[in-house]
Design a protein around this ligand. Structure first.
Ligand code: C5P
Length: 227
């Protein structure tokens, strides 16, 4: 088999990471969750008081960027890699609604994107990688052999996200989650730097009416045609 690069982009809560993890496991590829990297930088900003109620100290964050070290460490019990920020496991802390509400503002900063894109390109330079995010097929790996773009209605995505958060024991309302999904869609598609757009050669999959298995089979078929 030929080793390829698989780029999975799309809106938030379309199930990109579930699909990407499943694919990586099946193929024996590395999975990279680039959203986790943006989330870790958002968490860093919160931890270092760079975010006040009505002010985000972007300059302060930019000045700190060179001191921020992001790593993925594989956890064999979970079967996937967890995010480490300056040596600390932050996998739980980066999945809160507070981080979700803030992360798109961090992802708009050109200096942040440059740093993370470089690291992502380094991680994928030997191929055999499944990377999910917003700009993987357009910016990080424009030459990826397979590009998938996932969509689903905002209602469907908010419902999935809501169910997940409730199961984790978070006390959120459906309206709050829907608002977050819509706001992130807006910011992610309207930012001037690497906005979320579908790459010309990407295959679009609307999974509003597909279950995980149907989706997986569909994509695995596409992968096998490229290998
Ligand atoms: O994928 P996830 O929802 O965890 O990503 C969180 C946020 O990080 C997105 O809403 C987006 O603002 C940002 N992001 C990005 N580029 C990527 C991955 C994530 O801008 N490649």
């Amino acid at each position: 088999d030929k080793k390829i690069t698989i780029a999975i982009d799309g809106f938030s809560s379309t199930g990109k990471s579930t699909l990407a993890k499943q694919l990586a496991k099946q193929l024996g590829y590395v999975y990279v969750d680039t959203g986790a990297m943006y989330r870790a930088i958002a968490f860093f900003s919160m931890q270092n008081n760079l975010i006040k109620t009505d002010f985000f100290d972007k300059e302060g964050l930019i000045n700190h960027l060179s001191t921020i070290r992001l790593e993925f460490k594989f956890n064999p019990d979970l079967g996937f890699a967890e995010m480490y920020l300056n040596g600390e496991n932050v996998e739980k802390q980066i999945r809160t609604i507070e981080v979700s509400n803030f992360v798109s503002k961090v992802a708009e900063i050109p200096e942040v994107r440059t740093k993370l894109v470089q690291q992502q390109q380094e991680m994928g330079k030997n191929k055999a990688v499944v990377m999910d995010g917003r700009d993987i097929g357009t910016v990080v790996f424009p030459d990826a052999e397979l590009k998938i773009f996932m969509t689903a209605s905002a209602q469907t995505r908010a419902q999935r996200r809501f169910d997940e958060l409730i199961q984790k024991g978070d006390s959120v309302t459906f309206e709050e989650v829907l608002k977050n999904v819509e706001e992130r869609d807006y910011i992610d598609t309207h930012r001037s730097n690497s906005p979320l757009v579908i790459a010309k050669d990407a295959i679009e999959i609307d999974n509003s009416n597909l279950n995980r298995e149907e989706q997986f089979d569909l994509v695995l078929d596409l992968v096998n045609k490229k290998r």
